[in-house]
Design a protein around this ligand. Structure first.
Ligand code: SF4
Length: 227
């Protein structure tokens, strides 16, 4: 089994194991935490179906081109795995584990099945990827579609860009606190993402200090005026 397949497989098994140990109310709480994100994913899905299904079907499926699902090129975040396992049945997860256990001689992503991606809620990196051909075909003709796409890209960051508390970081933390670790926990082990978090934390602390000192100055001048 390749390193990539092993890491993926371990993450899926770990998440599945932990979720099975949770009580129905804990599971329900976890689902509630992902509700807004899933709503966002539904909107992205509707957008892609509306604007891109024709161009992607023609370019990638009928011509067997499929540039996006390249071999071992896909970053899957630990939270992607959590959300997918949380929303999938065992019958949907077992095929993922099966393909990860097989050699992958082709140049395509291990998860690319005959009828498309095997994930129920595919990784966010895949969902938000548009190839140059598709972008040009759709956005050059329809600038409003481009505006809508940019709005969705900004919304994506609310869940995945850790310059503020975000769902993808929270879900990792939740599993770390339960005693698990995975190489897919990039929000806790990628130097780039850790730097973003540290910078944001520094900014928040500075803002807090400034607002405290402004408050104290206002209090002081009020006391002086009253004297
Ligand atoms: S995970 Fe799914 S969508 Fe992403 S590259 Fe693989 S087959 Fe394609």
């Amino acid at each position: 089994m390749s390193e990539y397949n092993r890491e993926q497989s371990e993450a899926i098994l770990l998440v599945r194991y932990h979720l099975k140990t949770l009580s129905p109310s804990e599971l329900a709480r976890l689902k509630t935490r992902t509700r807004n994100y899933l709503r966002f994913r539904k909107e992205v899905d509707q957008f892609l179906r509306h604007y891109f299904s024709e161009v992607c079907t023609q370019k990638c499926y009928q011509n067997h081109y499929s540039a996006c699902c390249g071999r071992e090129g896909i970053t899957t975040f630990f939270a992607d795995v959590v959300i997918n396992v949380l929303m999938s049945s065992d019958e949907e997860i077992n095929p993922l584990l099966q393909v990860l256990g097989l050699p992958n001689p082709g140049m395509k992503c291990v998860y690319l099945g005959k009828r498309g991606c095997l994930w129920r809620i595919k990784p966010i990196v895949c969902e938000m990827f548009l190839c140059e051909h598709a972008r040009k075909t759709v956005f050059e003709k329809d600038p409003l579609a481009l505006k809508e796409w940019e709005r969705l890209k900004r919304r994506e960051k609310r869940y995945t860009w850790p310059n503020r508390p975000v769902l993808f970081d929270d879900l990792e933390t939740c599993f770390i606190q339960a005693g698990y670790s995975s190489s897919l926990m990039y929000f806790h082990n990628s130097p780039g993402l850790l730097r973003v978090k540290a910078m944001a934390m520094g900014k928040r602390k500075r803002l807090l200090r400034n607002s405290k000192s402004n408050h104290e100055n206002t209090k002081e001048s009020k006391i002086k005026r009253e004297k």
